[in-house]
Write a protein of this length. Structure first.
Ligand SMILES: *Cc1c(COP(=O)(O)O)cnc(C)c1O
Length: 401
């Protein structure tokens, strides 16, 4: 037996790896599984971006190690995008850093900031990476409870003062995975005020900044006066331009935080393949309206999901952003039971809310990043099954552990 490090041994299993396994098992049992699990855009990357990659891939100058911090041209394109989109000024040399996807940056930022025992405030429910990166660094995650009665926004007064005083770092993510909730500038002002009062660094995850509905426009935390003193924002091309597989993102904001992150990165990885950086520049400079089309698609799908669950006695705060719908489970079920039940009875895979933290219990997350025929088929199964009176008498036999 290989003896793993305790920090690995003690980790909860990565939720999506476990879900893939369950899906596999169900498929092997002959079930036609429709996955509404992982959030990964089903639409292709826009062709001009792909073309740019192809051109640049042919140039041998791009075949060598890229610089750690990213091409200045790429960082300038990010700065220009932030000026255009958020009216935020950034110094591309000191306040922008390229990332191999924003997940990489979130994890490495924690390595640069957290010592054993340091408290990290994590949105709960929230993207599992926040907790896990904290645990890997031997820090202590502490939940920021996000409740439906508060529209899944933090209530800063709920954080005990002694915890706030000790906390070193906080993650914040809106538009939110998994709840689909959004925050406005006033909400961000409150967050910055709280963080400044207790001397807490904010790691703001704005991965879904361009995926918002009903006319809502997501702010950057850097729009808030004084935020740059304490905050760094993570974003990427993954969700905005359907580029999850490309692995390119960026961190922007406080120059000292950028420098810390850069120190970690120079010691553990290299920069992003330059051909991909050139393709990303193309996206940021010339496809600024692309996400408007995606938003139409996701908003239509959101409405289909809301419609299918209407009248089922479940509670949903209609999401204002992301491609998720966060649905309460019917009475008498845990989130895992209900996810197992859906998989078993109708072959529809969703993610149990408990995977996003203790406050995720009582919910499931539905992702709409699959082809529309498959989504329609899944929702048809949902409606048919829950339209029958006898569904409650069925007990789930399959257990998700
Ligand atoms: C998808 C996602 C990311 C990371 O995406 P990258 O592909 O690593 O840039 C970050 N945060 C949240 C909340 C996400 O859902």
């Amino acid at each position: 037996m290989i003896k793993k490090a305790k920090r690995i041994e003690n980790l909860p299993p990565y939720l999506f790896a476990r879900i893939d396994q369950l899906k596999e098992e169900a498929i092997n049992r002959g079930i036609d599984v429709i996955s509404l699990g992982i959030g990964d855009p089903d639409q292709p990357t826009p062709m001009p971006i792909v073309q740019k990659l192809c051109e640049e891939a042919l140039n041998p100058a791009n075949h060598r190690y890229p610089s750690y911090e990213g091409l200045l041209e790429y960082r300038q394109a990010v700065a220009n995008w932030y000026k255009y989109r958020f009216n935020v000024d950034l110094d591309p040399k000191k306040e922008v850093l390229s990332l191999i996807g924003s997940k990489e940056g979130l994890v490495h930022m924690i390595w640069g900031l957290v010592d054993r025992g340091d408290i990290v405030l994590c949105p709960d429910p929230g993207y599992p990476v926040y907790r896990i990166s904290t645990l890997l660094a031997e820090g202590e995650p502490y939940s920021i409870p996000l409740k439906i009665e508060n529209k899944f926004l933090p209530k800063w007064e709920d954080i005990p003062t002694e915890i706030a005083k000790k906390a070193k770092v906080m993650f914040l993510n809106y538009p939110s995975n998994p709840t689909g909730a959004v925050i406005d500038k006033k909400g961000l002002e409150e967050a910055v005020k709280f963080a400044k009062e207790y001397d807490i660094i904010i790691l703001y995850d704005n991965a879904y900044s361009e995926i918002t509905f009903d006319g809502f426009v997501a702010p950057s935390i850097l729009e808030i006066d004084g935020a740059k003193d304490i905050a760094i924002e993570f974003n990427s091309l993954s969700k905005t331009f359907n580029m999850t597989g490309w692995r390119i993102g960026y961190a922007v904001g406080n120059a000292d935080l950028i420098s810390v992150l850069s120190t970690v990165k120079t010691n553990v990885d290299s920069g992003v393949f330059q051909a991909i950086q050139y393709a990303a520049i193309e996206a940021l400079n010339n496809l600024r309206d692309f996400s408007k089309e995606s938003v139409k698609i996701y908003q239509r799908r959101r409405d289909m999901v809301l419609d299918a669950f209407k009248g089922m006695g479940v509670e949903i705060l209609p999401p204002k952003g992301t491609f998720y719908v966060w649905v309460s489970v019917p009475e008498g079920f845990t989130s895992t039971d209900f996810a197992a039940f859906l998989l078993e009875e109708i072959g529809v895979l969703v993610v149990p809310g408990i995977g996003y933290g203790d406050y995720g219990e009582g919910y499931i997350r539905i992702s709409t990043t699959i082809s529309e025929d498959r989504l329609i088929e899944a929702l048809k199964r949902v409606k048919e099954f829950f339209g029958r009176d006898d569904w409650k008498s069925k007990k789930p036999s399959l257990l998700l552990k």
